[in-house]
Ligand binder design. Sequence first.
Ligand SMILES: Cc1cc2nc3c(=O)[nH]c(=O)nc-3n(C[C@H](O)[C@H](O)[C@H](O)COP(=O)(O)OP(=O)(O)OC[C@H]3O[C@@H](n4cnc5c(N)ncnc54)[C@H](O)[C@@H]3O)c2cc1C
Length: 507
Amino acid sequence: MATNTNVLVIGSGPTGLGAAARLHQLERKFGSNLPPYLLVDAAPEAGGLACTDVTAEGFLFDLGGHVIFSHFDFFDGLIDKACGTDTWNTHQRVSYVWMKNRWIPYPFQNNISCLDVDDQVKCLTGLVEAKTLTSTATSKPANFAEWIDRVMGPGINDLFMRPYNFKVWAYPTSEMQCSWLGERVATADVTKAITNVLNNTVAGGWGPNAVFRFPKEGGTGGIWKNVASKCVPQDRQRYNSKVVGIDVKGKKVEFSDGSTCSYTSLLSTMPLDVTLRMVGASLGEPSLSQCNTWASALRYSSTHVIGLGIRGVNPHDTKCWLYYPEDDCPFYRCTVFSHYAEGNCPPPDAVLPSLRRADPSLPFDSSPLPGPYWSLMLEVSESSSHKPVDSKTILEETIRGCISTTLLPPDAEIVSTYHRRIEHGYPTPHVNRDGVLEGALPFLKSHDIWSRGRFGSWKYEVANQDHSTMLGVEAVDNILFGAREFTLNYCSLVNERGKKYTDMKYD
Ligand SMILES: Cc1cc2nc3c(=O)[nH]c(=O)nc-3n(C[C@H](O)[C@H](O)[C@H](O)COP(=O)(O)OP(=O)(O)OC[C@H]3O[C@@H](n4cnc5c(N)ncnc54)[C@H](O)[C@@H]3O)c2cc1C
């Protein structure tokens, strides 16, 4: 079957849905003067990486720790329109780093006062060294490792920054660039650090997500299902439609069932490396070699998301998410997912059998019993070059890690387990990244292909749900009106602390 449209959007994650919602908003304004559009996705339903899975026992798990915080009025208006305004829980972030068998409040670099005296000395002398290094430096830091040395010094680097960032990114900090940092990494202030240590005070509240909201029902994925059903007409969406090729000169995409769709402009939210290989294959040499070189230079890590449903009462009070830099567990982050919403667990009167105790050597009774229930969600990163992970053993290793870090007592009754591996999890801000993006994105655009989104434009600094939505919205305005794409091109302005962009509304 052959169809055609004007703006073809590939991918129904936040970027594609942002684009489609913007197109529908403009359609309501301009009626039939707006060119036709279509949203297609390989998956059976909307959400992309921001979807939520449900286990057979009724526990919800997002694909990693997703919380909503926004830099844009448009984004707030869109999700409020889709979900309503009274369907959210608002949480104060309660976040810690687990280190040397104790909790250090997040961000670590502002809470050196909570360390042993030996470690305090290492961190404070390191901060002073860093200050000296920065004041004599004649050039910008060449990579993330140098940035950490100059901003925080060797003490904080050795204890926290290097091991933690390796666990998150699955690449050494020396291979990562530092222009992405902005509001994503808290810097350290020597005076404040020394004052906090001397006064024995704790500093919290840093960063854009100190307060965040989360849906009462349906997890993060519920938001995007609502956007797809309430803000984009159903006849503009096609699921189970996997794009397997792009005929760049003929301006049509081919789907896995052999059907095609012609377009005037293509907005792709597929991973950029995938799009480049399709485009190269379609154009042939010399573009083929160029596209393959760009695709191979991009780096990403895969993410394993492990979920545990547990019988009993959550023993972790109001803790939201927790960081793990040490090697006593495979995960870098744990989210107490049941704390975000009651709807993330089965109701207390649901009757479920135990599957096991956390320590598998302990006996357990498998007769079905009622709750209450709580849950943990853990994330493990993987890269083929630096940090391989065995998919067959990672669930067991994670549960063992939960015991050794006191997240679970050995006799915890596990009633549900979940494991999903995401091939494209984190777009690595590799030292080569910007060179690739500066060549590849304009090249694709010269062929009427806008590659945008978390992996579409590969910029981690603008890869959260609010950013992704706006990448889609602004790409549409660029396609239709030639408007500038602010989020893509001015990442650090977008992320300026405390600022919200109010010039565009969703209504
Ligand atoms: C571990 C983790 C933690 C995160 N934490 C947060 C957070 O706390 N806060 C926050 O705001 N954001 C968070 N995010 C980011 C959030 O998930 C992304 O912003 C968002 O999902 C990216 O949207 P996207 O539309 O660009 O891409 P995706 O969500 O990846 O969507 C791309 C879509 O394209 C489709 N597709 C791919 N290939 C094809 C093909 N060949 N044919 C057809 N369709 C195709 C896919 O099926 C998918 O639906 C997190 C992400 C991860 C992985």
